[in-house]
Design a protein around this ligand. Sequence first.
Ligand SMILES: [Mn+2]
Length: 353
Amino acid sequence: MSRRLKSLQRRMEKSGLDGFLVSHLKNIQYLVGFTGSHGFLLVRPCDALLFTDFRYKEQVKEETHDCEVKIVGRFLWDELIKKTRRFKRFGFESLHLTHFAYERLKTGLSRCELIPEEGWVEEIRMVKEKEEIRRIRRAQKITDEVFQDVLPLITPGRREKEIAAEVEYLLRKKGASGCSFETICASGARAALPHARPGMKEIKKGDFVTLDMGAIYEGYCSDMTRTVVVGKATPKQKRIYQLVLNAQKAGVRFCKPGRKCADVDRRTRKIIEREGFGKAFGHGTGHGVGLEVHELPGLYSKSKEILTKRMVVTVEPGVYLPGKWGIRIEDMVLIQNGGYEVLSQSPKELIEL
Ligand SMILES: [Mn+2]
């Protein structure tokens, strides 16, 4: 049994569960390697059973480990109920089970108590193993290369969609299996929308252009944002860019084992608030990255998590001025003994194209 499954089983034991149902596919992938699009994992005190359908019959042989596989037909839930009939306390992932499935279990297991739990596997996933860090590094290396290659293409007259398409093409060409999220390329007033969809807008001289992009390499994500200016920046653009950069660097420097995630957020926010732009920074400072591009821990004011070594998190403050422009700068940071290592290598001093 792997370390990953064992830590989940320890947690089940503490809560007196005879079983735990993992229905979030990324959590299943993490625990037993399955990458299919349909299935769930029943974890018992001493073993684990993966339920999936005929389409994955061959695939599971190649990729899954530490579990027995049940290929089932249409009546997936009935098969599960057969295996869990004697359970007294059965845990499930409340963030990842449909109401339909819950009702089926409740009806089928009338004498069993169903216990909703949140984040059990996600908390194990927060701390990365060596191999996971290697993949994240590689995903980021691809992203850094693509950023360099795409810079010369950001010129007046180009459309945001063209730039985003180039980014995605280059990520794949350099070995990524895909993008970790839909690439953001937002220029001018569109850059004031933190999660703008790239549109048909043409890039103009004087625009800030925000590029937020990430690769998936062997299942693991990267995430990086840079904001560049087309032509010369105005003194005000320079001043606010510097402010965001100072906040970002201060946030990064604050990262080390033992620090509260909420305090990293406070650190970056204080710097931006001091200059009167607090309201223009409306999102959290960062998040964990791994099998998913947004995962635990969260770096925001109400976060309960504490940084520990081998976590990978982003630090990404921004300032958004509606109708004008916006700036965000984001790095991925690996928490290490006594400090941190910035995984993103792309320059972050203001680039004037
Ligand atoms: Mn991010």
